[in-house]
Design a protein around this ligand. Structure first.
Ligand SMILES: Nc1ncnc2c1ncn2[C@@H]1O[C@H](COP(=O)(O)OP(=O)(O)OP(=O)(O)O)[C@@H](O)[C@H]1O
Ligand SMILES: [Mg+2]
Length: 264
């Protein structure tokens, strides 16, 4: 479903600010794989996401989505293939529009013949049913402006909207990091349900090691632009935070910088 082959990305090449953000990355995901990504600040996690979504083009290497070479295809042309939820709850939804308008916009994005914001009663019913699965009572607030909702509610709606396009890949970049622990837990649960229900092939960046262990069937650890550890399905079940930290030290010969909420 997703294949990165020898993907290399350097920022500001040839200047004093030169930075190798991705250093010859290889990664393959089968349909339905749910890979959690951990790694310190600046490891290259978001750059990896941006190259998959098409926001950035690699300097060399190839990106395949669903068997198709998309390396040079710009972001807007592969948006059908990608669902994405960012760290900032404000970035995924339009605050001045209602819940229903936001959902309608996401829904029509990949349907060729629909009225732009027209909502038929059948579709409204679909929106209500979809919102009800979140268990947040949002199905009764279709006309509420999204700008008035909490960060957690907005992230839940963003997740739901990402599924409307039936994406080949779902990209989650620390999408629970800006939430308080209770809401982060809630969004974690909703993420799990949605990924299972729609059998989405998913890449999730998180700074929370426990979350990285609890979710998904595979885990990768990045550092300095490289994938330094890959944990497969069988190994992942027995993995602990202590073992992960030990692994890092063994590979890198130094202690992992336990920055931010890494150990939360
Ligand atoms: N547009 C850019 N221009 C120049 N340097 C960049 C750019 N984007 C990222 N970088 C650099 O590339 C490296 C990787 O950045 P990236 O954002 O991928 O890290 P990350 O693993 O997502 O980190 P974090 O955990 O802090 O979000 C960093 O050193 C960063 O400063
Ligand atoms: Mg990042």
């Amino acid at each position: 479903m997703l294949k990165l082959s020898d993907v290399h990305k350097i920022f500001n090449e040839g200047t004093v600010d030169e930075k190798i953000a991705l250093n010859h990355i290889n990664l393959s995901l089968k349909k339905g794989d749910f890979v959690t990504i951990i790694g310190s600040n600046g490891a290259g996690k978001s750059t990896l996401m941006n190259i998959i979504s098409g926001l950035l083009t690699p300097d060399s290497g190839t990106v395949f989505i669903d068997g198709k070479n998309v390396t040079q295809i710009p972001e807007y042309k592969r948006s059908k293939l990608i669902g994405r939820v960012f760290q900032d709850p404000m970035s995924g939804t339009a605050p001045s529009m209602t819940i229903e308008e936001n959902l309608a916009m996401a829904y029509s994005r990949n349907k060729k013949r629909t009225l732009k914001f027209g909502v038929t009663s059948k579709r409204r019913e679909f929106f209500r049913e979809s919102l009800a699965t979140l268990n947040l009572g949002l199905e009764d607030r279709l006309n509420a402006k999204v700008g008035l909702l909490s960060g957690g509610e907005r992230q839940a709606i963003s997740l739901l909207m990402a599924t409307f396009t039936e994406p080949a890949i779902l990209l989650l970049d620390e999408h629970t990091a800006a939430l308080d622990p209770a809401r982060a837990q809630l969004i974690t649960e909703i993420t799990k349900d949605i990924v299972e229900k729609f059998e989405l092939t998913t890449l999730m960046v998180t700074h929370n090691m426990q979350q990285a262990l609890d979710l998904g069937n595979r885990l990768i650890m990045m550092d300095k632009g490289q994938i330094i550890l890959e944990v497969n399905e069988e190994e992942k079940n027995d993995l602990t935070i202590e073992r992960l930290l030990e692994e890092f030290q063994r590979i890198r010969g130094e202690k992992m910088a336990t920055d931010r909420t890494l150990l939360a």
